[in-house]
Design a protein around this ligand. Structure first.
Ligand SMILES: [Zn+2]
Length: 295
């Protein structure tokens, strides 16, 4: 089966171009406990959050459509209850690709209203990358949307889903499982990696830093954080990420103020002091920061 793999995932996987052959049956999908009622599922694409209990199964994101059966098998290692609610952290296909499949099985999809807007219309990127994503079928669109925040009193948890403006995209949500004190930050947080920031979709490094600051104010030392990509981390990982982005932002801003062009700023490698500890596409991040500060 041949599918388009979005470039932001390709780069994380070092595939490096927009299409790749994927043997979906070979993808290992596994659930792992985080704390309390909260689990994480790793597979291919954005990390999935899972909350189980007497009210019913609650999922955060769903990777790619061909992985739905594997994801359900991973859920079934934890609970027999089907997925009742499915929250999308944002519209990207490595987080929403399974929406239609889960919708057909009765899951109710919930997301920020801009996720529905972007999934229901063709998306064209021209800034950091030239590509085009067709509108998803109506069965993949969120049935319930919100603009600021929504809280689920579910499985003994208080699950706060709140929007952070213009961060990775213009439709990002962060989920806080308050009782377990576990966050799922979607792609607002790439743990240990230079992030992709979707400038075409309203993303901005300033919003990513602001969102990190907002979450850091809510954390304790023991708080656990599921990132969109990378391993489960904690406040120290998020702080390091925030400081890396703020430092690169400041370096780029200084060069913008000096009148340097984007290509000159890229050539100056404002990320160089971080390269030993961070993976991912540093040049694309610098360009995203430049656009964030100048558009
Ligand atoms: Zn994303």
């Amino acid at each position: 089966m041949r599918l388009m793999i979005p470039f932001f995932v390709s780069s994380v996987l070092s595939v490096g171009f927009a299409q790749a052959q994927v043997d979906w049956d070979a993808v290992e999908v596994r659930a792992q406990p985080v704390r309390g009622a909260v689990h994480v599922i790793f597979g291919r694409g954005g990390n999935i959050g899972l909350c189980v209990g007497e009210d019913g199964t609650f999922l955060v994101d769903d990777q790619y459509a061909p992985l739905t059966d594997s994801i359900i098998a991973a859920v079934e290692t934890v609970t027999d209850d089907p997925v009742r609610f499915l929250v999308n952290t944002h519209w990207h296909g490595d987080h929403t690709g399974g929406n239609e499949n889960f919708g057909k099985r009765g899951s109710i999809i919930v997301a920020h209203q801009n996720v529905r807007r972007r999934l229901s219309t063709e998306q064209v990127r021209t800034i950091l990358r030239q590509d085009r994503t067709e509108a998803s079928p109506p069965g993949a669109w969120p049935k319930i949307t919100f603009t600021d925040e929504v809280t689920f009193y579910w499985n003994g948890e208080e699950i706060r889903v709140f929007h952070v403006a213009h961060a990775h995209t213009d439709g990002d949500s962060i989920i806080h499982f308050a009782k377990a004190d576990v966050f799922h930050m979607g792609d607002v947080f790439f743990n240990g990696m230079y992030p992709f920031i979707d400038i075409d979709a309203g993303g901005n490094v300033k919003g990513v830093i602001a969102a990190a600051d907002r979450v850091l104010k809510m954390t304790k030392d023991t708080t656990m954080i599921i990132p969109g990509h990378g391993e489960v981390g904690g406040p120290s990982d998020l702080l390091a990420y925030r400081n890396m982005l703020a430092t690169i932002r400041d370096r780029v801003q200084t060069m913008v103020d000096e009148g340097k062009s984007m290509d000159e700023i890229v050539a100056a490698k404002p990320h160089a002091s971080f390269d030993a500890n961070w993976t991912g596409n540093s040049e694309r991040l610098v360009r995203a920061v430049y656009y964030s500060l100048t558009r």
